[in-house]
Design a protein around this ligand. Structure first.
Ligand code: IMP
Ligand code: MG
Length: 178
């Protein structure tokens, strides 16, 4: 088995490129169907979703726009102990069909904050599109309308996702091996 060493950890392919492409196409097809006649605004969460967003958008045949946002998180006085702020949002959200594009939903806390922030801007519709979901880790009630893969609770990287900043530039998705 071919492995990839990044810093102190070893990784092995868990989702090959062809399978990723298949699922991205499937999900794009669902968006094409659900938002037919609309002009969706994709909001891609940097950094992790940049490759997924590029591939997804090229499978979408609707007239669409994309904007890239970053999340800044800092300790604060919220129930979760963390406050998340959206930065770089330069697109009008009100009245739009917004699709949030995220690499991975783990505890779901980040996505919960993001959806709440965006909902307060009165989009026409708001949906979450995640490449990966770790259902066993979900701590909040979150409607993830579009998802490519549900995966077990192991650390993964590749196809945009990183370990300590590295490993984003692989075509396959890798899982850490003991
Ligand atoms: P959540 O708020 O716990 O859902 O955190 C989601 C964020 O954690 C993602 O956007 C990723 O940046 C990061 N993350 C969670 N699991 C992994 C993983 O297995 N590999 C790389 N990043 C991860
Ligand atoms: Mg992320």
């Amino acid at each position: 088995m071919e492995t990839l060493q990044i810093k102190d950890k070893k990784f092995a392919v868990s989702i090959p490129e062809a399978e990723i492409r298949r699922q991205v196409k499937r999900v794009a097809g669902e968006i094409n169907r659900d938002l037919r006649g609309r002009e969706p605004l994709f909001l891609a969460i940097l950094n992790g979703s940049f490759i997924f967003a590029a591939d997804l958008m090229r499978e979408v045949v609707l007239p669409s726009r994309i904007s890239f946002v970053k999340l800044a998180s800092y300790a604060g006085m919220s129930s979760t102990g963390e406050v998340v702020d959206l930065i770089g949002l330069d697109a009008e959200v009100e009245g739009r069909d917004v699709v949030i594009v995220e690499d991975i939903v783990d505890s779901g806390l980040t996505m919960k904050h993001v959806t709440e922030m965006l909902r307060s801007r009165n989009p026409r519709s708001l949906s979450v599109c995640a490449l990966l979901v770790k259902p066993d880790n979900l701590q909040v009630d979150l409607d993830i309308r579009y998802k490519c893969f549900e995966i077990p609770n192991d650390f993964i990287l590749g196809y945009g996702l990183d370990y300590d900043g590295f490993g984003r530039n692989t075509r396959d998705i890798y899982t850490v091996v003991e």
